[in-house]
Design a protein around this ligand. Sequence first.
Ligand SMILES: NC(=O)c1ccc[n+]([C@@H]2O[C@H](COP(=O)([O-])OP(=O)(O)OC[C@H]3O[C@@H](n4cnc5c(N)ncnc54)[C@H](OP(=O)(O)O)[C@@H]3O)[C@@H](O)[C@H]2O)c1
Length: 338
Amino acid sequence: MYTSDPSRYDGRMPYRRCGDSGLKLPEISLGCWHNFGHVDDQNEARAILRRAFDRGITHFDLANNYGPPYGSAEENVGRMLSEDFASHRDELIISSKAGHDMWEGPYGEWGSRKHVLASLDQSLKRLRLDYVDIFYSHRPDPDTRLEETMSALATAVSSGRALYVGLSKYPLKMLKQAVKILKGMGVRPIIYQPPYSILNRWPETEGIHDWLQEKGIGSIVFSPLAQGMLTGKYVDGVPSGSRAARSDGFLQQSQVEDQLEKIRALHRFASDRGLSLQHLALRWVLGQGAVTSAIIGARTVAQLDDSLAALEAPPLDDEALDVIDLIAPKVKQKTAEG
Ligand SMILES: NC(=O)c1ccc[n+]([C@@H]2O[C@H](COP(=O)([O-])OP(=O)(O)OC[C@H]3O[C@@H](n4cnc5c(N)ncnc54)[C@H](OP(=O)(O)O)[C@@H]3O)[C@@H](O)[C@H]2O)c1
């Protein structure tokens, strides 16, 4: 039996307005991409969700295909929501997404109305919810007219299946068009979800963060710890059990090797400042003007607690920001993820 912690809104978790919308989000949100699938430890997953809520994390981020297997993170979180959080539904923001590969055949991915709305209905069943709070187009579809994908998002809102809509990983030009089309349909997207960390500054170099701020759209950034690379764990090699060591993890050992020099330099700099690398990484992301919330991942309750402890670290000063710029300068990337 779970009883939520009455001190969860005691001020330790700050909430930020998402752009100029009415919605406030916790500075740290919890993502369920890894660690919530059928392959993962369900007791730990449940303990993570409970601790997150007890510490004021009111936002859980999901997508149709999180697992593995695909769909299983929504199934597991849906069960936990119904068993532990049913009486807290109005305190929670639950997000899902459609667009990446999910099921077999021509309608199992991308941006057709058929895929987007069928996927949302599947997500609602797995999550055991009547509606999601935020529904995203998970990636741009180069072969489907934006009007069609955006019309599916507008239907998600008008049919009551989603309260808000957002876009993820759209390049700036498409993002501008998509926002304009949605507005023409009477729907204002309030949130954008890019990758963003000291090691991936794509939304800055593409001008996306400046544009979002100008338009009053929030940015909720994913993988602020660069999938774990911005913790001390990879400084001396790839430890067993880590994402880079797992066959079902999305972090390749080659990605770690490519970044190792920067990781080690950042780790040294953080230590000199009396900070852990993960606290430096989270303070850096949360100090960027455009950012509403950072979506972290956690495999254990201890990892979650560690990320939450970053909220108690002081903001980085200009000198620290300059050193970080020198170690990991902004570089143009071809795509959002590298
Ligand atoms: N829109 C999109 O396309 C998209 C794409 C990716 C992610 N997302 C969202 O963003 C969320 C977060 O992504 P992410 O999991 O990559 O975030 P992340 O916070 O950058 O990485 C989380 C991982 O870092 C490691 N870690 C965390 N704290 C640690 C600590 N204190 N010490 C050592 N290792 C630690 C753990 O991996 P180990 O297993 O190695 O311990 C953990 O699973 C996802 O769950 C999802 O909701 C969205």
